[in-house]
Design a protein. Sequence first.
Length: 229
Amino acid sequence: MNLTALHKLGYGLYIVTSRKGDRLNGQLANTVFQITSEPPTIAVSINKQNLTWEFIKESGVFAVSVLCQETPLAFMGRFGFKSGRAVNKLDGVNYKIGETKAPLVIENATAIFEAVVVNEMDMGTHTIFVGKTINAEVLSNNPCMTYEYYHQVKGGKTPKTAPSYIEEKKTATLKMDKYKCSMCGWVYDPEFGDQRGGIAPGTPFEKIPDGWQCPICGAMKSSFQKVDG
């Protein structure tokens, strides 16, 4: 069975946020969908291990920002591969506080929603939170980021806590050693380099400057480990 077929389903990429008292947090998500149009109802699927799940569970509110196609990988990595328990993901990010007091990420967003939880479903590792939409805004007409575009064009990875995560198989026979980020799983392949980070194709990992960072999650070079052949 080829589970990569799941990548063909109509996912987008979103920032889902919530609050817990005065604390704010958000995460990258690909499972946000409309349930009904009247009343306007949306749902999100959140892993129970995530801090955002804890915030939604306690506050009963969540917000969604629809990401545009040109959203930088580093921006998505901030929300997808870092924990709000260790860093303030919203530090330096353009956002505003909505009617529910949850943060609405404006940066790189084409539309935003606010919702109050009216129902929830336990799905084992995840909870589906169903929310009545109390506010919605269109910010731009830029094309929205799709999950397929994220994988095929951006070369993005899926966090292990995402509902669509599929374990990737290792490939054999390497011309030059590949190195994998221990934080997010992104693999540096010398054949392609990291042009966004100024690393030309054909550059061995050992020749990359020590100050270089993972283009997905921002982890330092020292966080990478050699991929076994």
